[in-house]
Design a binder for this molecule. Structure first.
Ligand code: CP
Length: 335
C-alpha cells in the first residue's frame, strides 16, 4: 500500500502506523545515501520553514536547518525570546500568522498540548521537536541507528533496554515506538519513574497489532540479558529545578549504564545509545557541579568508560537526526 504523508503533522508516534514509520525510516536511509554519494535531489526548493525553540537545542535545530538547506529550503529561527508566542500572542493566532509565511513549522516546547494546538490552528504541517511527553523526531534517528548496527536483523528481531528515568519524553517515546514497530522493548526503571498507565496502555494496544514484546521492570538483571542495545537519557530533564538532583541520583544509581550493565546483556556486540547531551564526564558545567556534590565524577547516567568505548554509537545516532528530520520534512512538504 503506497504511503502518502503530504501535509501531515508529525506530533507523536501514536499518530502513525508501523507502515508509515517504516516508510520514513526507508526515506531517511535513501536521503542519507544520496547525500553521501552527492546525488541528493532538492525537493524543498523555494520552501520556507519556521523553527520555534522555546528550549535549547543543538542536534534538533541543526538537523532542521541543515536538512532544509540541503533540500533547497530557507529557515527562520525563533528562539526562546524571539517571538510573541504564548506571551503577547496566543498559540492559535501565532499558528494562523506563521501559516501565511511558511510551508512547515517546527516547535520545541513544554506541553504536548501546545504543539497540538499549534497544529490545530496551522494550515501547514507542524513537527514536534520535543515536548515534555514525546520526542518523535528522535525516535526515527534511534531506530535508523539501531537498524544500521543490528547486524542484519530487522527491527522486529531487535531487543533494546531503556534504563533510567522512563516517565518523560524519551521513556514514553522509546516504549511506544518499539511497540508500534514490533520490537522487544524493555523499560528498566524504578516503578515511580515508569511511563504513565495511559502511555503503557497505548503501548500494549499497539503491541497487540505489531507483535512487539514489552517488559517493564525495576530489575536490570531481568531487563538487560539478550539486549542488542542499551539506551538511557539524562536523569533530570530540561526545566526541572536543581533541588531534585540529589533524590533522583540516589534513586537512579542502580540504573547507571556502566561496564557491568553492558556485560549483563551477554552480547559482545551490544551497543549503547543516548539522545545526547550526556553527563559522562566533568567536562561540562553541570557535570562538574554534580560531581562536586555527589562524588560521581565518572559519569551519571552513563560512565565515561562506556561512553568512550566502541560500544557507543551515540554520535552516529546524532548524525541520523539530520537524515531522519530531513525525511520528515521531505515527506510532508516536499515536492
Ligand atoms: N537529542 C536532542 O534532542 O538534542 P538537542 O536537545 O541538542 O536538540
Amino acid at each position: 500500500m503506497p504511503v502518502n504523508l503530504k501535509h501531515r503533522d508529525f506530533l507523536k508516534e501514536l499518530d502513525f502506523t508501523r507502515h508509515e514509520l517504516q516508510y520514513l525510516l526507508d526515506l531517511s536511509r535513501d536521503l542519507k545515501r544520496a547525500k553521501y554519494t552527492g546525488n541528493e535531489r532538492q525537493r524543498m526548493a523555494g520552501k520556507n520553514v519556521a523553527l520555534i525553540f522555546e528550549k535549547a537545542s543543538t542536534r534538533t535545530r541543526c538537523a532542521f536547518e541543515v536538512g532544509a538547506f540541503d533540500q533547497g529550503a530557507h529557515v527562520t529561527y525563533l528562539g526562546p525570546s524571539g517571538s510573541h508566542i504564548g506571551h503577547k500572542e496566543s498559540i492559535a493566532d501565532t499558528a494562523a500568522v506563521l501559516a501565511g509565511f511558511f510551508d512547515g513549522i517546527e516547535f520545541r516546547g513544554n506541553a504536548q498540548t501546545d504543539v497540538e494546538e499549534l497544529a490545530e490552528y496551522s494550515s501547514v504541517p507542524v513537527w514536534n521537536g520535543l515536548t515534555d511527553e514525546w520526542h518523535p523526531t528522535q525516535m526515527l534517528a534511534d531506530f535508523l541507528t539501531m537498524l544500521e548496527h543490528a547486524r542484519g536483523k530487522v527491527i522486529q528481531e531487535v531487543t533494546y533496554t531503556y534504563m533510567g528515568d522512563a516517565r518523560s519524553n524519551m521513556g514514553n517515546s522509546e516504549l511506544v515506538m518499539g511497540a508500534i514497530m514490533g520490537a522487544d522493548v524493555r523499560i528498566c526503571s524504578p516503578k515511580e519513574l515508569w511511563p504513565t498507565k495511559e502511555v503503557q496502555d497505548a503501548a500494549y494496544a499497539r503491541a497487540e497489532e505489531s507483535g512487539a514484546r514489552i517488559m517493564l521492570t525495576e530489575d536490570p538483571d531481568e531487563a538487560l540479558p539478550g539486549s542488542d542495545f542499551v539506551m538511557t537519557d539524562v536523569w533530570v530533564s530540561m526545566g526541572e529545578p536543581a533541588e531534585v538532583w540529589n533524590d533522583r541520583i540516589n534513586l537512579l544509581k542502580p540504573y547507571q549504564v556502566n561496564a557491568a550493565a553492558m556485560a549483563k546483556t551477554g552480547k559482545d556486540h551490544a551497543r549503547f545509545l543516548h539522545c545526547l547531551p550526556a553527563f559522562h564526564d566533568t567536562n561540562t558545567v553541570v557535570g562538574r557541579d554534580v560531581a562536586a556534590k555527589t562524588g560521581m565524577d565518572q559519569g551519571l547516567e552513563v560512565t565515561d568508560e562506556v561512553f568512550s568505548s566502541p560500544a557507543n554509537v551515540a554520535f552516529a545516532q546524532a548524525e541520523n537526526r539530520l537524515h531522519t528530520i530531513k525525511a520528515i520534512m521531505v515527506a510532508t512538504i516536499g515536492d
